[in-house]
Design a protein around this ligand. Sequence first.
Ligand code: T3D
Length: 269
Amino acid sequence: MTVESAATPAVQFAIADGVATVTINKPETMNALDLAVKEGLLASLRQVADDAAVRCVVLTGAGERAFCAGQDLKEHAALLEKEGFTLSSTVTEHYNPIVELLATMNKPVIAALNGVAAGAGASFALAADLRIAADTASINFAFAGIGLSCDSGASWALPRLVGPSRAKELLLLPRTIRSAEALSLGLVTEVVPAADLASRVAEVAGTLAQGPTLAYGSIRRAVAHSSGHDLSDSLAHEAELMALTGASGDHRAAVASFLAKERPTFNGR
Ligand code: T3D
């Protein structure tokens, strides 16, 4: 079944066979994040996170040029002229909840990098579990280029992916990292020819949407938890999540399937 988006035209989503594809739909501005995009993205992600029928989320951008160029700097320039304007409001109102949803919803998230991901757009991609990139895509941690620190979890995710030393290099000296280098740095998980991006993402998303969603959500939580805790705390947290998933119907059915030498069918619960 396919459900078309009720979201704003700036952000669209479609749900089919357990996969929600959320598309930033402003190719004419490199899918930059203006207010309509940020609000549409937040609303769409809240909706797909809460929808039990959605078992995998794909975030992508419309067109071939950009996944997302970060904050819309034309809108931003106009706001900077306004008296009393502070950056912190959109960071806390939009960027932070968007990233928290991407990183913590109880289902896997794929970033399908169809083009350049810059600034907060790059951070959004890092919040996903898998980053599948077109060979024409690239990443640019552009923040310092416009005199900003970094946001949307770049300081959290980037050192964890590439180590603190390389993370600081990429943030202090922003440049466009093409997909082949991004793969070798561990910034993306897979690179495919641009013409194959949609089909490869559909294949991986389809596999995840048929999988043990409760276990996937728990794996996300376990990995995030362990990066901020010591071994004993991480073992205790793992034990809680093993108890949760061990009591699931998916676990029982999959063990029975294994012993019967059959392929398991997962309901996600
Ligand atoms: O309060 C707050 O909002 C704080 C939050 C900040 C979060 C952030 O995301 S800060 C970072 C903002 N993003 C950037 O600084 C990225 C700026 N863009 C670039 O560095 C480059 O454009 C790219 C690396 C993304 C792509 O380079 P390239 O060579 O492929 O394209 P280009 O020629 O630079 O840009 C093409 C067009 O897109 C150009 O417009 P034009 O000349 O054709 O009319 C350019 O101005 C426009 N564009 C690119 N990025 C943005 C943008 N327009 C508005 N906002 C953008 N972010």
